[in-house]
Design a protein around this ligand. Structure first.
Ligand code: PRX
Length: 659
């Protein structure tokens, strides 16, 4: 295939039709849209029937905005749906996960029968540790099979899990444990990152020191070596889990039983505990996984390269694929410069057919060059997915051309932690796709783009993305903060969910996502709020004020740029030094985690403010992106921006360390 020129990529106006064979045999045919349009709720009821229900629901939907209940009266067990029923149907020997350790230093093949035994043992162990239905369990673990067993064990006993991404700091973990009031924390001694062991448990020890209600810390030995041990509280996985019986009688729970909470950044410094329940969530993650990726459980090898610490991992590594009886590749590592062709080796060896990843990763792989892919046979791939941030047309076309060999549909899937499952997406056998567009709401989903007054914009117009009808996997609230739930999502427009994203409808009425319209940044597909980072920076004893903006970045989508004014007692020399900037960066890593470290920190004696004292972030964004400044007439002191600009051009910039 000839290499497309940059100009051709940027002005791509082709449509990419589904391959004929895929279209003919696709799980989702065009009639799926018609069926859902005729009766949305009946459509979801039919999707729910793919699950095993111990008791069928009486009422499919009870909706009193903004509170939805789906499949009311129904009872089911999430772990039974994910694992046991496949074993009972004779698929016990089928591989659930091909697990490959970071850098391929170890491997494990886990069948559905293996997973059933592991989940049963873990459920028995958690019960022995005193966990009961309704108790919250925090999980701070890398991408290893025990993490999946723990998640499913919690689901099995009705204990909502609260998985915290292992890249978050101990402070961030503590906040989440306390907010969720978790009673048990499951973790590892360490993890492998880019080939090297790094400790994990010390962060848990620090966090739990201030969490008096945590009764036990259950620790998987992953890296070996010394760990600090608190007798009575800390227990080894191999001591407690291994000895348990490998069967466990599962109880059915109400369809609205809380399944998990997942903390995500909002527009304030405090992350929100997004609550998901069981029946509706499983229905939608399984249905979207089946149709959006065209999953054929007998022949596909599916690889979602997310981390279980994020919603994508929950919905499309654990619950969706397992409910559909899929065989997945589970890779512990992430692409990094020292291991650039690992992904393609894995795709070739495992004959991966479906790959789901984020635009940031695609852009990184693209930067390393498509020549890296050439030695590998990637012809097994038949559907490629993208998630987490807007995908630029260049990355989309590169993905399809070089990873997909010019054959595969690319499905750009828009959704959020709050939506629980995919909401806007092409269907690979149906949709004629456009590079960079998420295209159309999934069948049974009602999305629109509206103006400031909540009126739908005409085709060709732009505005705010909203969801106008309840959907099965919608969040059921923010843990412990109902007011914030109503305020954040439901106050802007009447009885309509406000997603926080800007979007446009093109002339054909297809949807393009344009990024956040609030103070939430999207760094490598990770959601981080400007206020959260500002809060961390002003926690530094030498900082008087801080303003943070997200600036466009060619690889990570957005990058964090911080403007900091030091306290009066900090000498000018000191505040200009690299050591000072480094201490600020460390402060952010400590409070939130390394993922939130600013790419660039600019120390400045003043910030641009309006006469009423409001920091003008819009101007700072213009400065950070090196744009002409917009209107500065409302500024208290217009010379401040010139001063910042001069300082910026003199500053050394950051290390861009976003991981
Ligand atoms: O801004 C949107 C962006 O990611 C946000 C949701 O982030 P999070 O809750 O962490 O979930 C990420 C994984 C589902 C959205 O508000 N986003 C997600 N997918 C897309 C996207 N932006 C554009 N296109 C997408 N496909």
């Amino acid at each position: 295939m000839p290499e497309p020129t940059l100009d051709a990529l940027l002005h791509e106006s082709r449509r990419f039709d589904p391959p004929a064979e895929l279209a003919a045999n696709a799980n989702a045919q065009p009639s799926l849209y018609d069926e859902a349009a005729r009766d949305r709720v009946a459509f979801w009821e039919r999707q729910a029937q793919w699950l095993r229900w111990d008791t069928k629901w009486d009422t499919a939907l009870e909706w009193e905005a903004p509170y939805a209940k789906w499949f009311v009266g129904g009872r089911l067990n999430a772990a039974v749906n994910a694992v046991d029923r496949h074993v009972e149907a004779g698929f016990g020997d089928k591989v659930a996960f091909h697990w490959v350790a970071d850098g391929d230093t170890d491997r494990r093949t886990i069948t559905y029968a293996d997973l059933q035994r592991e989940v049963a043992k873990t459920a028995n162990a958690l019960t022995e540790l005193g966990v009961q239905a309704g108790d919250r369990v925090a999980i701070y673990m890398p991408m290893i099979p025990e993490t999946i067993a723990t998640v499913l064990a919690c689901a099995r006993i009705g204990a909502p899990h609260n998985v915290v991404f292992c890249g978050f700091s101990s402070d961030a973990l503590k906040g989440r444990i306390l907010d969720a009031d978790a009673r048990v924390v499951v973790t590892t001694d360490g993890q492998y990152r880019r080939g090297a062991p790094t400790p994990v448990k010390p962060a848990v020890d620090d966090a739990v020191a201030d969490c008096p209600d945590v009764r036990h810390v259950l620790v998987v030995r992953r890296t070996g070596g010394d760990v600090q041990w608190t007798e009575g509280r800390d227990v080894w996985w191999h001591d407690v889990v291994d000895k348990q019986p490998d069967t466990h009688e599962a109880q059915a729970f109400d369809a609205e039983q809380p399944l998990f909470m997942m903390y995500t950044s909002g527009t304030t410094a405090k992350p929100k505990g997004i609550l998901h329940t069981t029946g509706g969530y499983l229905t939608q993650v399984a249905a979207t996984h089946r149709y959006v990726f065209d999953l054929k459980p007998d022949t596909d090898v599916y690889w979602c390269a997310a981390d279980i610490g994020w919603i994508t991992g929950h919905s499309y590594i654990v619950y969706g694929p397992l409910c559909n009886g899929a065989t997945s590749l589970l890779y512990e590592g992430t692409p990094h410069p020292g291991d650039q062709d690992r992904w393609w080796k894995l795709v070739e060896e495992f004959k991966v057919t479906i790959l789901y990843t984020a635009p940031t990763t695609i852009r990184t792989l693209m930067k390393w060059g498509h020549e890296l892919l050439a030695p590998y046979d990637l012809s097994s791939l038949r559907v490629l997915g993208s998630v987490g941030e807007p995908i630029n047309p260049e990355a989309w076309v590169w993905y399809r051309t070089y990873v997909g060999g010019g054959r595969t549909p690319v499905v750009d899937t828009w959704w959020q932690t709050e939506t629980g499952a995919i909401m806007i997406t092409p269907l690979p056998g149906v949709t004629s796709t456009k590079p960079g567009a998420a295209m159309t709401p999934f069948p049974g989903i009602s999305a629109d783009v509206v103006d400031n007054d909540g009126k739908p914009v005409p085709d060709g117009g732009g505005g705010f993305l909203v969801l106008t009808e309840p959907w099965p996997s919608m969040l059921r609230g923010i843990w412990g903060d109902d007011e914030r739930y109503r305020e954040t999502y439901w106050s802007r427009f009447d009885k309509t969910y406000f997603a926080g994203d800007g979007a446009k409808k093109d002339d054909d009425g297809d949807i393009w996502l344009l990024g956040r319209v609030d103070d939430v940044m999207n760094i490598s597909g990770h959601r981080i709020s400007t206020t959260e980072v500002e809060h961390a920076l002003v926690g530094h004893p030498a900082v008087a004020e801080a303003a943070v903006v997200g600036a466009t970045d060619p690889t990570t989508g957005q990058a964090i740029v911080a403007f900091v004014t030091p306290r009066g007692n900090v000498a000018e020399d000191e505040s200009k030094g690299e050591a000072f900037v480094q201490s600020l960066r460390d402060q952010v890593a400590k409070e939130i985690g390394p993922i939130a470290k600013p790419r660039q920190i600019l120390v400045t004696p003043e910030l641009p403010k309006t006469r009423s004292g409001k920091i003008m972030r819009r101007l700072l964004r213009d400065i950070a992106e090196n744009r002409e400044l917009g209107d500065v007439t409302t500024l208290l002191d217009p010379t401040v921006t010139d001063m910042i600009r001069t300082n910026l051009s003199e500053s050394a910039g950051g290390d861009g360390d976003g991981t």
